[in-house]
Design a protein around this ligand. Structure first.
Ligand code: NAD
Length: 274
């Protein structure tokens, strides 16, 4: 049973979902369809992933009501600015063929463009127009978060950030805790790299689960939203089958003490597509 976290705006989000970055547009409908059949009720996509149409197709093809699936998409770097962000949201809804998304995020802050506060105003407008039930950000550092909060008074519900054993972002997570922002972990499995770590393998052996299940359980116990990606049906099922065991304090600490680093771009400088 997937836990549901309550967001600072009263919204409720399933703690475990499926991420679809790099899932080819031609495959995404089958992949998401399989995940929904396996029990997933939370899908994370983005305009930049180029696969929103297929995600929408899978939703329509399932027997599920729109309310039963938590859907996230993101505004891309070239769509900062209030009106552009609002227009980008409307285009995403068209591609997804839905009337609203549950969560709309600014994908990256792109500090060099200097327009993320305006983009945030666009997301607030999208929420006020009923196009997004909750709004948040992704890859925002504390200084970016402070600026949008100070400028608008609206605290993001979520910050989706790179987070996995070996790259835990403690100061950013502390900032989130202080401000009531839920932490959502992207590349939660370290894009698969973390699964080969000896401490992860040892813990998996000790609890009789797979390395991926152990790392997903670790995120859940930390209170993170976690959105592992796979296109392989058996792994999609495996990553969702994380009930019935828990990690001890020592096992949590063993994973927390992995050494590692950022895999993805640095939010302070990333400006691709802007
Ligand atoms: P991930 O950490 O989820 O790793 C995915 C990879 O791990 C797979 O491609 C596969 O190689 C491996 N894997 C998955 N399940 C496995 C299993 N059970 N056994 C063995 N190997 C397994 O990496 P990700 O795709 O980068 O991140 C997940 C999601 O996070 C993305 O799909 C996307 O939705 C989101 N994301 C967001 C941003 C952002 O900027 N906001 C950036 C990257 C990813």
């Amino acid at each position: 049973m997937v836990e549901r976290l309550t967001l600072n705006d009263g919204g409720v989000i399933p703690q475990l979902g499926l991420g679809v970055w790099q899932v080819p547009a031609a495959d995404v409908s089958a992949v998401v369809g399989h995940a929904l059949a396996a029990g997933y009720r939370h899908i994370d996509t983005a305009a930049a992933y180029g696969n929103e149409e297929g995600v929408g197709e899978a939703l329509r093809g399932s027997a599920l009501a729109r309310e039963d699936v938590f859907l996230t998409t993101k505004v891309w770097n070239g769509d900062h600015g209030r009106d552009r962000a609002l227009a980008a949201c409307r285009k995403s809804l068209q591609r997804l063929d839905v009337e609203w998304v549950d969560l709309l995020l600014i994908h990256w802050p792109v500090p060099s463009a200097g327009k993320y506060v305006d983009a945030w105003e666009g997301l607030i407008a999208a929420r006020d127009a009923g196009l997004a039930r909750s709004i948040g950000v992704s890859n925002f550092n504390p200084d970016h978060l402070e600026r949008i909060i100070d400028s608008t008074g609206v605290v993001p519900a979520v910050n989706q950030i790179e987070l996995h054993p070996g790259f835990m972002q403690p100061s950013l997570r502390a900032f989130h805790a202080q401000h009531g922002i839920v932490t959502e972990a992207w590349s939660p499995l370290g894009q698969g790299q973390v699964l080969r770590d000896p401490a992860v393998l040892e813990t998996a052996g000790a609890v009789g689960r797979t390395p991926a299940q152990v790392v997903i359980r670790w995120h859940l116990q930390l209170g993170n939203i976690v959105i592992p990606k796979s296109v392989t049906p058996s792994r999609i099922e495996e990553n969702f089958d994380v009930d019935g065991f828990s990690l001890s304090h020592e096992q949590m600490e063993a994973l927390a003490s992995l050494t590692g680093s950022r895999i993805g771009p640095d939010p302070a400088t990333f400006s691709f597509g802007a």
